[in-house]
Design a protein around this ligand. Structure first.
Ligand SMILES: Nc1ncnc2c1ncn2[C@@H]1O[C@H](COP(=O)(O)OP(=O)(O)OP(=O)(O)O)[C@@H](O)[C@H]1O
Ligand SMILES: [Mg+2]
Length: 371
């Protein structure tokens, strides 16, 4: 699948703008703060209904405007689809698929598969578990509607439970006893949704594992052996029991101390934990491996090619790692941002590579195709 074009109105620093893409490599280059990432964000948002930087709708609307509009045209299995997204300041966004309004944003699910790759992804191994959970969730939410629903239910229950813990601690009306009874109900639900989240994350990491091993072997020339493991914060069979055991502690700190919101992915090279013992280079290579493996896995799961958005990652990689990334662009539509007219662009535009690749110059919220 690939994006054929995008149209923006009052989105971020764009008053109005159109970009027509090729199904191969598209490069957006320009100085800092000109609007390169904003184009990728608009594409990601239209495909998933959420911003990759978790921005709120009203922050993406151009300053002093009431609404922003994005139209994304996508070619999927030879059929063109159109997604219209209207962002409104203090109201929910409106989404249309092929000109028909959808009631819930989850109805967009499964239409487009898009992978966002930013420099922050290169630190997911060295950063904390939160980044690694986000890595699993961003992909799983696109691949499985059931996961998306379970995770969102789990997160809702978690917020409710934490609110309740606070209400019990700061109880001024003497109703803590009754509130404690309701805690049981939230605990049951937390366990119910939590178990499903754990089970899907486990399946995902099990599938990713084999691909990770192959990709890593290729990047490192087989010098090191990688292994990844899903590390759930709690055994699903003991989740209910653990919640009970920790209830006093949870009440004291007004936070839920156990559950998949504390999960992690373990990454080991030659049996050593790369998260704590890896060199910077090993951590970056492992992070790149996870991302490239994600591309491969999605490709095989959807029997189609996902769309790849690369935000300024080329300049972050040395020649060898960049080579591995460029290899995996083969046959996939990519939209790549960079600040300079670098060696990478020259290479993409060399006579043997030029083909249908396109280059766009981005300046002050305007995009001009230069090649
Ligand atoms: N809601 C908004 N309305 C108007 N302008 C905005 C809004 N949100 C962000 N901007 C502007 O968009 C510009 C940043 O765009 P973007 O993040 O796409 O830059 P970039 O070209 O990717 O830069 P870099 O190379 O530094 O990553 C900034 O000048 C910022 O002020
Ligand atoms: Mg940027």
């Amino acid at each position: 699948m690939y994006i054929t074009s995008i149209h923006l109105e009052n989105f971020r620093n764009y008053t109005e703008g159109d970009v027509v893409f090729t199904d191969k490599t598209n490069i957006l280059y320009g100085d800092n703060a000109q609007g390169k990432t904003n184009i990728l964000e608009a594409a990601y948002l239209s495909a998933t209904t959420g911003s990759h930087r978790m921005s709120r709708d009203k922050d993406m609307i151009r300053f002093n405007c009431e609404e922003a509009h994005i139209t994304l045209n996508v070619m999927k299995r030879d059929v063109e689809h159109r997604i219209d997204m209207h962002l409104r300041k203090n109201k929910n966004k409106m989404v249309y698929v092929d000109r028909l309004p959808i009631k819930r944003t989850t109805e967009l699910f499964g239409l487009i598969n898009i992978i966002f790759f930013s420099p922050e992804d290169l630190s997911i191994v060295k950063e904390g578990p939160k980044e690694r959970r986000r890595f699993m969730d961003m992909e799983l939410c696109q691949l499985s509607r059931i996961y998306l629903n379970n995770l969102s239910d789990y997160n809702k229950v978690l917020i409710q439970r934490n609110n309740l813990l606070r209400s019990i601690l700061y109880d001024h009306k003497g109703s803590a006893g009754q509130l404690l009874d309701t805690l049981d109900i939230w605990d049951d639900q937390l366990v119910q949704f939590g178990k499903r989240v754990i089970s899907e994350r486990k399946n995902f990491i099990d599938m990713l594992k084999d691909v990770v091993v192959k990709v890593h072997e290729k990047i490192t020339g087989g010098r090191e052996t990688i292994d990844i493991r899903y590390e759930p914060a709690v055994d699903p069979e003991e989740f209910a029991e653990s919640l009970k055991k920790r209830r006093d502690q949870d009440l004291k700190y007004t936070a839920t101390s156990v559950g998949p919101h504390r999960d992690d992915i373990g990454i080991y090279i030659d049996q050593n934990d790369v998260r704590t013992f890896g060199s910077q280079g090993q951590q970056r290579t492992a992070a790149l491996t996870l991302k490239l493996a994600e591309i491969e896995l999605v490709k095989s799961m959807i029997s189609d090619t996902p769309i790849l958005l690369l935000d300024d990652v080329m300049s972050e990689l040395d020649e060898k790692r960049r080579g591995a990334l460029i290899d995996s662009l083969e046959g996939i539509q990519s939209i790549i941002t960079c600040t300079g007219y670098s060696d990478f662009i020259r290479d993409r535009m060399s006579p043997e590579n030029a083909g249908n690749n396109r280059i766009f110059f981005v300046s002050k919220g305007t995009v001009k195709q230069v090649v």
